[in-house]
Structure formats: C-alpha cells, structure tokens
Ligand binder design. Sequence first.
Ligand code: ZN
Length: 243
Amino acid sequence: MDARINLVKIRDGIWLLEDDHNGTAYVVEGQKRAMVIDTANGMQNFHDCVRELTDKPLVVVNTHAHHDHTGGNRFFEKTYICRKEYEDANSVLHLPESVGEVEFIQQGDIFDLGGRSLEVIEFAGHTPGGVCLLDRADRLLFTGDSILARTVWMFMPNSVTIATMRKSLDHIDTYRSEFDYLLTGHGVGLDEPTLIDALKDACDSILSGTGRLGETEEIHGKKRKCCYYLENSTLVYDADKIQ
Ligand SMILES: [Zn+2]
C-alpha cells in the first residue's frame, strides 16, 4: 500500500484508507462488486491502492466534490455524485479537470454490491449536495464531511445555512435505529453516532446565540466564528449564513 495511506480494516470486506492525514476514503466489498467511497487526494494512483484490496468490479461514489475526496477520480472510468453537488458552481471548482464519466445519484438510490447494499441519503450541510451512505447489513453510516469528529467547516462558499444543516441532522436521525457507528470523511476508525446529537446542540447554540460560541485560529487566512461541540472540535461558520 502507498506509504501515505493509513489502512485500517473495519470489518471483513470494509477498509478505511486515510490519505496523508488529510481525507479518508473507504472500500466496501460485496459478493458481486465493491464500492469505493471517495478517492483521496490524488497524490497516488488510488485505483492501484484499491486493487490491493479487491479484484471485484468497482463502483465509485463521491460523498461531495472537494478535492481531498475526489483527487483520485481520474484513476477511475466513472464516478457517481449527487446532481445538486455537480451542478453547484462552487462544488465543480473543486472537481479535478480530468474526471471520466459522471453519473448522478439522489436520495434513496440503492447500490446492491451482493450481500451488502448502500443507500444514498442526501445531506445539505458542508456542501449543498453532500451524501451519506447507509450500510444496513453492517449497521454503518458513511458520512463524508457532513458529520465529522473534528472541525466541521460550514464557512465554505457553498455551505448551506446552519438552519438548513439542522434540518439535515434531523433527517439523518430518522435512520438512527439502523446504524451503530459512523465512518467519516476525515476519520481514523469508527465514530459514535452521538456526534449527531453534539452537532444538533451546536446548531441550536448558533441559532439561539447562546452556548459555547467562540472564534477559531486563522483558517484560510481568517479568524472565524465557531461553536465548540466536543472537547476539541468546532463547527466553524459564517455570521451571514445562520438562518
Ligand atoms: Zn469537504
């Protein structure tokens, strides 16, 4: 495996690939085919990395368009992404130029891998057309950057408002009885679903202007508003994108 990749086996046939401590992709293998969830930074031939794990036909899904999740798209013939994400100009800016064929996914789509299925759940938050993927058989939810145990960036040019993100968190909660753990877009292992509760509380704090609100160190050259939702984790947001 490429030296920049931290490979963690989550279950038989499910692997986490953290790329250079900056973005986490996953491979989920079924009996018929395998899903690649995000393609890392593109610093290595990610197709070769995946082929060290499985020889099954591949279906590649991007949780959202940011380059630390799509950088390796060019090593695959086709990728799936939410139409809302693809049609948003600010998202497309992040997509690598040399992507192959793109196909669109939406809420409720199901990928049957053979013995394992993954269902698409749209999540407007960090980006407008982000998706989570629910693996009911393994009781796992892959979240991309929509839900993270570290800093959640809601100040991106196309991040939705905090009020909209709060609704997305309520929506994901309707699936809560069907997963035991989260696998996030910057994770190093299994994360607890209580992250969802913590983020809901953070959104409520921001919406009401109370709670553990503060200011971050400089991110992208600017100090920004934030809400602490775990010991060392913050939801970072723009003051003009709350309601
Ligand atoms: Zn992102």
